[in-house]
Design a protein around this ligand. Structure first.
Ligand SMILES: [Zn+2]
Length: 459
């Protein structure tokens, strides 16, 4: 028992030494000024999440005057225009006679004054780039720009901590402090949306991407948005550019510490709405999407039937019925047992300029779950889903598991009203036998066509 305790203590101390060492190795950032490594006798370190840098060596490198007042434990830094006074342990600094909040109080390390990197970047007018891969901090003086008339750029009041994308249409900019966005600029040739955030800079923990403080983020899966770019240069507003494939609308919402930009999906010009009357000669393009196929069987039923077979059978029946409709031209994403990528199915419908998109599936879950569901993603697909679901439930005769919203790729990436039906549960004995019946399959196809015609006001 005793022996065990001793060896455990030994193990613990070894582990502590190991973790301390690796912890230090990972946490020591290197420091660069205008591309040159700074040799400081004290290295930058991360304290409570903030990168603290030895201010003396940086101020020296920039030719700023630095003096130390031992009585008040204050460092005075003069950049030729403005004096900054920083006091050890004090969260506020004095810059040009004004009180400025620091995110962490200055501290003394081996006789050197350490300041939060963010303060050094913003107050010394430096572009700060944090490279998380090499754990290095690079500080760069911006190229001298021609003198501008007008007010001096004021120090940053807000700091961007993160830019997030929800994978659909929403960008969230999380920030500290005060961020007041300018009016969104809607520009043409190429189409883009431009948002400036004056008096804002990137937080130290947020990696802007490149040493010049610019980054591009490629957006996948948004029909109107190609990429988002952001840049920050000392003395200039942070600029966020949304590069668009086609013009589209947006919404901006600001809450505490968050700026939310919703780049809307484009409203296709020719999308019929339930209000459209049936007059005129328009031929509606309807895409029938048989789920899965080829190497992807989809769900496998309790009697080992494959979902892909059911989906294709229904799709072919719908196609045959729509072929007889003079005002509807059906298209298939697959018409045999082949595999088609989800993105290609949506792209096919988008490029076609389809008016409606109908994806056919059957579900699988716990054996006792039974019933019929219809899914939509965008609000603009809801009315189509409602109409089709009524017809679908009537056709299957299975329990009504309602119209639901979901993030399935084919109904998210398509730009026209798009729905996905889950006719029943192949994992349920009853549903499986119902969906296998030829007369039920015929009825589903017939009701889907009735639903489409009803939505398009063709019946
Ligand atoms: Zn499926």
């Amino acid at each position: 028992m005793m022996k065990k305790l001793v060896s455990m203590l030994f193990m613990l101390s070894v582990m502590l030494i190991l973790t301390t060492q690796t912890g230090q190795a990972a946490a020591v950032p290197k420091l660069f000024l205008n591309g040159n490594a700074l040799s400081a006798d004290v290295e930058p370190r991360i304290v409570k999440g903030y990168t603290m840098v030895p201010v003396g060596v940086i101020a020296d490198g920039l030719g700023f005057g630095v003096s130390w007042d031992a009585a008040t434990k204050s460092a005075r830094i003069h950049n030729g225009q403005t004096e900054m006074i920083l006091t050890v342990g004090k969260i506020t600094a004095v810059v040009g006679g004004q009180s400025v909040q620091l995110e962490a109080p200055p501290l003394i390390e081996k006789g050197r004054t350490m300041l939060p990197l963010r303060f050094v970047g913003s107050q010394f007018g430096l572009d700060v780039h944090w490279d998380s891969a090499t754990k290095s901090v690079s500080l760069k003086q911006p190229e001298p720009s021609p003198p501008v008339t007008g007010p001096e750029p004021s120090p940053a009041a807000g700091y961007i901590q993160d830019i997030g994308y929800d994978g659909v249409s929403r960008f969230t900019i999380a920030y500290d402090g005060v961020v007041t966005p300018s009016e969104m600029l809607v520009l043409k040739g190429p189409d883009r949306l431009v948002l400036d955030l004056p008096n804002t800079s990137f937080g130290v923990s947020f990696a802007p991407g490149t040493p010049s403080g610019e980054a591009t983020y490629t957006v996948d899966g948004h029909p109107a948005l190609n990429s988002i770019r952001y840049s920050a240069h000392a003395g200039k507003p942070v600029r966020i550019v949304f590069d668009l494939a086609v013009p589209t609308s947006y919404e901006i919402e600001q809450t505490d510490g968050q700026l939310i930009i919703d780049v809307k999906y484009p409203e296709p010009g020719a999308v019929p709405s339930p209000g459209t009357d049936g007059s005129g000669n328009k031929i509606y393009k309807v895409v029938i999407d048989a789920g899965h196929g080829g190497k992807d069987p989809g769900a496998v039923s309790v009697t080992k039937r494959q979902e892909k077979e059911f989906n294709l059978a229904i799709a072919l029946k719908i196609k045959a019925l729509l072929d007889k409709e003079p005002r509807i031209q059906p298209y298939m994403t697959r018409s045999d047992d082949t595999f088609v990528e989800l993105a290609d199915r949506a792209t096919f419908a988008n490029n076609l300029g389809a008016d409606l998109f109908l994806s056919i599936h059957a579900n699988s879950f716990r054996p006792e779950i039974t019933g019929t569901e219809t899914y939509y993603n965008r609000e603009s697909s809801r009315a189509f889903a409602d109409v089709m679901h009524k017809h679908l439930v009537k056709a299957t005769g299975l329990p009504d598991r309602k119209v639901r919203q979901a993030n399935f790729a084919v109904i998210r990436r398509t730009t026209m009203p798009a729905i996905l039906i889950e006719a029943g549960y192949l994992s349920n004995k009853h549903d499986d036998s119902v969906l296998a019946k030829e007369e039920i399959r015929d009825r589903i196809a017939k009701e889907m066509v009735s639903g489409i015609k009803s939505y398009l006001k063709l019946s």
